[in-house]
Design a protein around this ligand. Structure first.
Ligand code: GLN
Length: 189
């Protein structure tokens, strides 16, 4: 669990409720041995600044070679290949272009029940000053979209992103999906 800023405590609760171990990551020495990493929602400009201050950028890029990574909201922005209105470079681990704060002030925050590929019934998606996916490359599988077709959750191999906050509802299925990816990665190495 990347525990620099944002709602990592909520994510940690969900992971533990699912019976998995969650270790807070604040420094590069916390990364070895992990099978997955969650980059939580928060403020992407702050998280990316702290990431560089604590020397976590390169070690996270290396971790992505052998572990699953899940980014929600600000975390999705950081994992994207490109993000609008972000001065610092992103991690670029998934071939998507995202627009920060895409829903403007009027609809700052909202909820929607969205079908999610692989899950039997829709998930209640909570959006808070959320980004959206403007473009997704051919290797990216879109997992959930808004009714107008805008993609809001996607996966490329071991990298999972969601513009919304599954950690803020009682439904643990999206985290369960991620733990499945982490388990797969752990079997490969
Ligand atoms: N608006 C935030 C950003 O651009 C993301 C909001 C969130 O993570 N809930 O970083």
């Amino acid at each position: 669990m990347l525990a620099l800023q944002g709602d990592f405590a909520e994510h940690t609760d969900v992971v533990r409720r699912l019976g998995a171990e969650a270790i807070p990551v604040r420094l590069p020495q916390h990364l070895p041995g992990l099978h997955g990493l969650i980059i939580p929602g928060g403020e992407s400009t702050t998280i990316v600044r702290l990431l560089d201050i604590f020397g976590l950028r390169q070690p996270i890029l290396e971790l992505a070679q052998r572990a699953a990574i899940f980014g929600t909201c600000a975390g999705m922005i950081l994992l994207a290949k490109q993000a609008t209105d972000l001065a610092q470079p992103t991690l670029g681990l998934i071939d998507i272009v995202v627009q920060r704060n895409a829903f403007g002030r009027q609809v700052d925050s909202f909820e929607a029940a969205l079908p999610f590929k692989g899950l039997a019934t829709p998930v209640q998606a909570v959006f808070i000053r959320a980004p959206l996916i403007l473009k997704a490359g051919p290797a990216v599988e879109v997992l959930a979209s808004l009714p107008d077709g805008t993609p809001v959750a996607a996966r490329q191999g071991n990298i999972l992103v969601a513009a919304f906050h599954p950690e803020l509802t009682a439904d643990t299925r999206v985290h369960g999906y991620f733990l499945g990816l982490a388990q797969e990665s752990s079997r490969l190495c």
